[in-house]
Design a protein around this ligand. Sequence first.
Ligand code: UD1
Length: 353
Amino acid sequence: MKIISVVGARPQFVKLAPIAKAAAVAGVDHVIVHTGQHYDPMLSDVFFQDLGIPQPTVHLGVGSGSHGVQTGAMLGALDAVFDEHQPDWVLVYGDTNSTVAAALSAVKLHFKLAHLEAGLRSFNRQMPEEHNRVLTDHAADVLFAPTSVAAGHLANEGLADRTVVVGDVMTDVLMLIRDQISGKPSALVTELALAPDGYYVATIHRAENTDDPGRLRQIVDGLAELDLPVVLLAHPRVVAKAAEHAIDLTSGSLIGHAPLAYPDLLAAVALSRGVITDSGGLQKEAFLLRIPCTTVRTETEWVETVDLGWNVLANTKEEIAAAATRARPAATDAAPYGDGDAATRTVEWLISH
Ligand code: UD1
């Protein structure tokens, strides 16, 4: 049994970690292909080191570019990789350009395609990720959905017979790391001399928030005016766009900081007053750590976090201020993202089909 995993961007490395572990336990021949979509060490290498992921067998080194250039370069290179390795399954993760490139290459070459984290929908057709998700779901032979809501979206698109609800693999990783960091100090809190429960953690990177200078300025102003220090863990995209438009990422309450390694991120979030983000994964991580989240978007794929009161959508400067400073939500023991065994379920399903 040979499985090829194709990954390329930061959140995919997190999702790969429990799959790689489950594949090793099951004795699967697991080939890891890194497209090179993310190449900065803090967005890539550090995840392989900290999460104990084996080094990629193949690195395509594709790098940045427009959507077409980036996706096209991956597509051409992946054809040759799949052809050489002849996998039983190609496994793709999430919603990035690496996902859709690998999906297209696999199905055109008649390799069986599995999509992990299938069925997420924002219903926002301006998001590149929404197209990547929909196209990949419709191409794939099996759709591993993280939640019943995601499975419902797939059923509405006529894909129920290809859907398997396995739970959320990011929850697998979080549960593992949460136990490892429990009771340990946060490197970020120490470095910046922050008071526990006395700061926010923020990340902004989505094109719809960064690429329009007026929009980026509104978000940065909203963060800068908050009542406590706001540590902005700045993705290269936001750094580049802020520099281009002379937007100061250190004004007011803002403290600009490089992205963190995954265990350091969780430790910093766990001690914070709240998270303000447009990341998908971080909304869920905040919820699982029971830290209130403010999501700087008009919609979210992780609707359970909103329904349970731990996540609030905020679009304007005023909405960000109101949401971030709101009272702590009611405690809940709801577990909509599974029990931490999603990766094992996924690998076992692939082995038996
Ligand atoms: C990508 C994914 C997004 C995911 C995010 C996680 C797509 C369409 N988007 O967005 O779904 O949530 O990753 O971070 O696939 N850059 C660097 N160094 C890097 C990587 C990127 O400097 O290591 C810069 C480049 O200037 C690049 C820009 O960031 O043009 C954006 O990178 P890209 O991979 O296109 O998308 P992300 O914004 O990272």
